[in-house]
Design a binder for this molecule. Structure first.
Ligand code: MF3
Ligand code: CO
Length: 248
């Protein structure tokens, strides 16, 4: 069941989202060849705590860290570790913040130094897919309109969308209804209503859409070993349209 939020509650989720936006404004300075994904995780965890928040991922279903940091062929949910970033990698950083119990969720993919043209294009297409999905999130539309817009854009550029992981409702807890596939058909699925708060999050593979989970039960990787990118914003449906809550 979808739990819609009042304007006041959306404002409070937006306060959590402002902390998120500051993180994504500042984190690029932490990303360079030679740093470990653990160092980035620690920096983000401290930032969240200094602002009075809590990392929403830590302890969620036993997840051990504050963020997910996925490199190259890792799609999502990779656990920060002593892995050292190197020039040419792309790195997806996914963060959840609880501030006073109100939760925001966002992700972005960044290049490490100079990266290949394919990786640059993958990042660009995935970011644009997110914004095209967000544009469809409005009263009068349905959840399928979001996934349709994302899938169309991605496939037009000869990339594929991951079909076994989804966006989701968010705000009172990390994962709420509705489920938001990154594929779909127009005019299908649940109606989008005033007060919904949605985490829209396309995961886009440069090659085929097939993914698998590594034996650590968390890390999702592409089966063909080609790179993958991930962008996510938390949006609130306010006055009929999507308001991005995780940007400045
Ligand atoms: N942002 C991720 C998602 O929506 C959450 C990571 S799962 C966790 O799927 F366990 F790390 F929290
Ligand atoms: Co999410």
């Amino acid at each position: 069941m979808v739990r819609t939020k009042s304007k006041e509650q959306i404002e409070l989720i937006g306060k959590s989202g402002k902390v998120m936006a500051e993180i994504f404004q500042k984190v690029p300075r932490q990303i360079r060849p030679g740093v470990t994904t653990d160092q980035i995780d620690k920096w983000i965890e401290k930032f969240i705590k200094d602002k009075g928040g809590k990392p929403a991922f830590k302890g969620y279903r036993g997840y051990p860290k504050s963020t997910c940091i996925s490199v190259n062929e890792e799609v999502v949910h990779s656990i920060p570790s002593s892995r050292v970033l190197k020039e040419g990698d792309i790195v997806s950083i996914d963060v959840g913040i609880s501030l006073g119990g109100y939760i925001s969720d966002a992700a972005m993919t960044f290049p490490v130094g100079r990266v290949s043209g394919l990786k640059r294009k993958l990042i660009k297409v995935t970011r644009e897919a997110l914004y095209r999905g967000i544009q469809q999130a409005k009263v009068g539309h349905r959840i399928g309109d979001i996934g349709f817009a994302i899938q169309q854009w991605v496939e037009k550029h000869n990339f594929s969308v991951v079909k076994v992981l989804f966006g989701h409702g968010v705000g009172f807890s990390l994962h709420e209804d509705p489920v938001i596939p990154n594929f779909g058909q127009p005019h299908r699925g649940e109606r989008i209503r005033e007060g919904m708060v949605l985490a829209i999050e396309p995961m886009v593979n440069a090659g085929e859409d097939k993914v698998k989970v590594l034996p650590n039960h968390w890390t999702v990787v592409t089966v063909d070993g080609k790179p993958s990118a991930h962008f996510e914003h938390t949006v609130g449906i306010v006055n009929g349209n999507a308001k991005i809550l995780t940007s400045l």
